[in-house]
Each structure stands twice: as C-alpha cells, then as structure tokens.
Ligand binder design. Structure first.
Ligand code: HAM
Length: 454
C-alpha cells in the first residue's frame, strides 16, 4: 500500500496553499491598521501551558491533545519510569495559551503601558473526529490584545474580525455574529452552581457526558451536540439573567459600540465557547454556506484572568482566531474564491542548443531585476517551448537564437497580441514592468478597505 497523509490532515496543493497565502497577506495588511504585530510561538509547548491556560476539563485538553514525547522519554515511559514535567509536551491545539505564555515570559505586556497587540498564523492540532470543516491539523489566524480592559477594546476586536471576513469576500449578510457575556468571578460562580443543579435535576434527560459535566465543568454542557441535551439546556439558567452590575455595564457598552459601528449581532445566552479562559465578552461568527455542523469560521472573547494563571500581574486580555480551511470552504460555496496562481512574466525560449546558455543567463538577469522568468530544462523544440509558455500563462515569450545573440537584441513575442519586437535587455525590462503596472491596477481591489471581492 502506498503511503497516504494521516486521517484529518491535508496536503495543501498549490491552489489551496495560494488561497492561504492570500488570506495571510490580507490579514497582515489589515491588522497593521489596528496596530497588531506578528508573533510566532512554537508548535509544541509544555503540556502544562495548555492544561493551565485552556482548562484541564475542556474537551480540547482532556480529549483532543496530541502529546509529544521524545524517543528517549517514550522508552523510559514504556519501562514504567516517571517523566519529568518538562518532558511532557503537546502540539498546540490553539494559539492563545502559547501567546499568553510568551507575553508573560518576555514581559511584553507591562501594567501602565499601552496595550500590546499580536497576531499569529499557523497550524493547530486537535485529535477530533474528522468531518467537513473539521481537521486534526488546521490553520488559524488569530489576534491577541493584552492590557486593555475597556469595552471599546472588545468592540474594536469584533469590528476587526468582521472587516477581515468582508475583505476576504464574505458578505456581511452571509454571516451571523453571535455574542454573549460569560460574566466574571463575581457572578459566574453562582451561574455555574445553578447550571450544575439544573444538570443534576434533569440528569435523566441528558447524555452521560453531560451528567458527568455536573462535577467537572457544568458550563461545557451548553456545547453538547446531542439534540436532546441541547433542547433541555434551553431551559437552563442563563448567565445574562445573573450578570453582576459591572459585567452588565461592560456588556451593554460593547453592544452599543457594535450598534454604532453598524454591525448586526445576535445575542446568544448559551454561547459559552469550548475553552475555559473566557470572562465577560465571547463571540462567534457562523456561516451556513459551504459548511455543515462545523459552521463557525471564527470566534474569541475576553480572558481577563489568563495572564495571571501564567504568573503575570493582573492583565486583561482578549482575542479571536479564524479557521482558514473553513473560510476557504465558505468562499468556494459563495463563488468568491478567486485564486490565481502566479504565471511567469516571460518565458525565455532557446532556438537551438547553442542558445540555451544565453537563455539561462537572460533568465538570471531578468530575475535579478525582479521579474519572474521561466525557461525549458528538458531540451524541448522551439515550438514546444512556445506551447509551454502559453500553457504556463506567460504573456510573453523571449526568443533567443544565433541572430539575436549576435545582435544583442532578442525577439519579445506577445502571446496575447501575437506581435513581436526586437529589444535589448533594458528595453525588455521596461516593457515587462509597464505590463506589471498596467495589470496591478486590478489587484488593488483586493486590498483591505476595498469593497470588491478578491
Ligand atoms: P476556537 O473557536 O477553538 O477558538 O477556534 C477558532 C476557529 O478555528 C474556529 O472558529 C474554526 O474556524 C477553527 N477551527 C477550530 N477547530 C478546528 C478544526 N478541528 N478543524 C478546522 N478548523 C477548526 C480558539 O482557538 C481560540 N484560541 C480563539 C481565541 C483567541 N480566543 C481568544 N483569543
């Protein structure tokens, strides 16, 4: 049997990889407008980072983590020897815990300074049951803002998230923005206790996992996909009826700013999100087009206690992450995925064997001048080279033969206009650059702030 990629993982073939690159480029251009800087954390961390940050009782930590062990540690484990804490590592299931760890480790968010804003991109790993839009290795782009307690920071983050989706080509009316407040240490314990009581009182109508959640993490019951549980939990106590005054005020201010920014949202008092670090505002963006049950293309919220869990002084924080594979499925379903694999600006074709080294040197010179050039490395005939140039989508073929070499002027054939000119290297560069600036007018529409779809 030939080897295949692992279940739940995907090879990103050029078209797909290019779609991701474009999402990353658009994120980079947009996030700069909001003051975010790129931060890269390792793909694996000490497991404790995730257990402490995300929560031991979450599905992500208790069921879905990929542990990483060195060969030496694996052998010792097999011999019943205990592992040292620093030997227990895991692939990151999400980006927030690692960023929080890095921010504390490098003292990137100090009290009294302006808020620190970081964005990241990369693979995340969760051992979930693969299905449409749900992979075991997937790509996220995320942002984290540390040090900002005001509701305007929550609203800014949500506006950024929605603007990003719009820039990518997802129309506002295709998305549902759900928001909720999870309360804080003042009001959440009472809500949690009431939900626990509700679970115990209605245990007969709930799945065994939800029954167990009464003791581990009652709020996770709101995430249960079992339709009977979901139906019953609509009658469970709602956090929005129990928020303390300051959480209520914060939530009201966030909603009023979102309304001022003309964003439509739906309040969902059962939106709890799958990670334990959230306090106050949480949100999720759902789209039906192109997705099945896994219809969240992004989500996030506030986590005012997370940095303290990593040993920092009290530092509020908030962020979001989006799933690139899911966004791609949505764009495809909406007919808004418009990925163009780059074609060479010019194909340099040799008329005979003696001209091949000149063709090679012309390619080198053109690339040194910032132009993309391609040539044949398989001894094709001139006719086949021109055909290849056409197949690669190159608008020009630069023909090099004995005559051209003698005169230092090469035949630049337009494969679209079917015209030819004899030009020296500098003239060729000018013609190709003129074409670049004429066609780059079309790509301007892809920049953030533009309303046209990519
Ligand atoms: P999350 O909701 O777990 O949040 O993931 C964010 C997004 O990643 C989801 O909305 C979804 O689009 C994508 N995603 C999650 N799991 C998978 C999967 N198995 N396959 C494909 N896509 C997936 C977080 O990860 C938080 N760290 C977000 C955050 C940042 N909260 C605060 N700061």
């Amino acid at each position: 049997m030939s080897l295949q990629s692992s279940r739940g993982t995907k090879d990103l073939l050029p078209q797909e990889a290019q779609a991701l690159v474009e999402m990353i480029q658009q994120a980079s251009a947009l996030f700069i407008l909001y003051g975010y800087q790129l931060l890269a954390t390792p793909h694996f961390e000490n497991s404790e980072v995730f257990a402490r940050g995300i929560g031991e009782a979450t599905d992500v930590v208790s069921k879905e983590m990929f542990n990483v062990l060195s060969l030496d540690a694996t052998r010792r484990l097999q011999h019943g020897e205990p592992l040292r804490a620093e030997e227990k590592m895991a692939l990151r299931p999400e980006g927030t815990a690692g960023v929080a760890r890095a921010v504390v480790q490098h003292k990137l968010a100090l009290p009294g300074t302006a808020s620190s804003k970081y964005w990241y991109v990369g693979s995340m790993y969760r051992h979930e049951r693969p299905q449409k839009g749900r992979l075991r290795e997937f790509h996220q782009i995320g942002v984290e803002c540390l040090g900002a307690a005001e509701p305007s920071a929550d609203a800014e983050l949500i506006v950024l998230l929605m603007q990003y989706f719009e820039v990518l080509g997802i129309p506002m009316d295709a998305m549902t923005l759900k928001i909720n407040s999870m309360g804080d240490d003042n009001c959440r314990p009472a809500w949690r206790a009431q939900v626990r009581r509700f679970i115990l009182e209605h245990a007969n109508g709930l799945c065994t996992q939800c029954q167990q959640r009464a003791d581990t993490n009652p709020l996770r019951a709101f995430d249960c996909k079992n339709p009977d549980c979901a139906r019953l939990l609509t009658q469970a106590p709602q956090i929005t009826d129990m928020l303390c005054d300051s959480c209520l005020e914060h939530y009201a201010a966030v909603k009023s700013l979102l309304t001022a920014a003309q964003l439509n949202f739906v309040e969902d008092p059962r939106l709890v999100r799958g990670l334990d670090y959230y306090t106050r505002t949480v949100f999720e963006v759902q789209v039906d087009a192109g997705l099945g049950a896994q219809n969240a293309i992004g989500g996030g919220g506030r986590y005012d206690k997370l940095l303290e869990m990593f040993g920092a002084r009290p530092t509020p924080g908030l962020g979001f992450a989006v799933g690139l594979e899911r966004i791609k499925l949505v764009l495809e379903a909406l007919g808004a995925l418009n990925v163009n694999l780059p074609s060479p600006q010019v194909f340099v074709a040799a008329v005979d064997n003696e001209s091949r080294s000149s063709a090679f040197m012309l390619c080198v010179e053109l690339r040194r001048r910032g132009l993309s050039a391609e040539m044949d490395h398989q001894h094709r005939s001139l006719r086949s080279q021109i055909k290849l140039a056409d197949r690669l989508g190159s608008p020009y073929c630069l023909i090099v033969g004995p005559e051209e070499r003698a005169q230092g002027r090469f035949t630049l054939r337009s494969l679209t206009a079917h015209s030819e000119q004899a030009l020296n290297l500098e003239e060729i560069v000018t013609v190709l650059n003129t074409r670049v600036s004429a066609t780059s007018g079309n790509t301007a529409a892809k920049q953030p702030g533009g309303t046209s779809s990519p």
